[in-house]
Design a binder for this molecule. Structure first.
Ligand SMILES: Cc1cc2nc3c(=O)[nH]c(=O)nc-3n(C[C@H](O)[C@H](O)[C@H](O)COP(=O)(O)O)c2cc1C
Length: 208
């Protein structure tokens, strides 16, 4: 059985750190997990305006919500999210929370997210733990997503941002630091948990 997992980059500003961190996370999927097919969603390319639907996504039909939205951008976003069995959200911390772009993209939909497993990767000077805490509330609350316990909180600095931009990749020192502080292991644990949750969901569906 193959499960489709989207790694979501959520920063919409030019030259984000996000794309390098998403690549880092994608390349750390354990080789033995060939049942997980990783694809990439970049919110900067989705061009979603600030939420402007007429009817709450919660009121859309559970099985086929897509065609019921008012706007084409929402229908496109709904169709894209529906394709995936699970998500890994890679997000910076902005002002002690998550970026507006991420909250906006989440708010557009409901049943498309509901019940699906999700892994969280945050980054900031202290690993973005406040953004992670807020995301647990947002995703695990009304949307009832299955949030992985193993959270990845990557520490960055202004200098490491500049260095990454200059090199066009993460520096060996940055990767070594994340290995030393256990972040690399936390990513593996997150993948392992995602796979377990996906398999358990599949088993449950057989008995419905
Ligand atoms: C609007 C804004 C708010 C920020 N707030 C925080 C914060 O609360 N904590 C933190 O550690 N870093 C914060 N930063 C620094 C970001 O972690 C850093 O700029 C990082 O590169 C942002 O990721 P991005 O380049 O992928 O957008 C903030 C940056 C911006 C632009």
């Amino acid at each position: 059985m193959v499960f489709k997992v989207a790694v979501m980059s959520v920063s919409t500003r030019p030259k984000p750190y996000n794309k390098f961190i998403s690549q880092y996370v994608e390349t750390r999927k354990p080789d033995s997990y060939d049942g997980l097919v990783i694809e990439h969603i970049d919110l900067a390319e989705e061009n979603l305006p600030a939420y402007n639907e007429l009817i709450s996504p919660k009121k859309m039909p559970r099985e086929n919500p897509t065609s019921h939205y008012l706007h084409e951008h929402t229908r496109n976003w709904s169709a894209k999210v529906l394709q995936y069995d699970a998500f890994i959200i890679v997000t910076p911390q902005y002002n002690w929370s998550i970026p507006a772009s991420l909250k906006n993209a989440i708010d557009y939909l409901c049943n498309e997210w509901r019940g699906k497993p999700v892994g969280l990767v945050t980054y900031g000077t202290r690993g973005g733990f406040r953004a992670a805490n807020h995301l647990v509330e947002v995703l695990g609350g009304g949307l009832k997503m299955e949030v992985c316990e193993s959270k990845v909180q990557l520490k960055i600095t202004d200098e490491s941002y500049e260095e990454t931009q200059k090199l066009g990749r993460l520096s060996a020192d940055r990767e070594s630091a994340w290995k030393a502080d256990g972040s690399e292991k936390a990513i593996e644990a997150m993948y392992s948990e995602l796979l377990r949750k996906l398999e358990a969901n599949q088993e449950n569906q057989k008995f419905r």
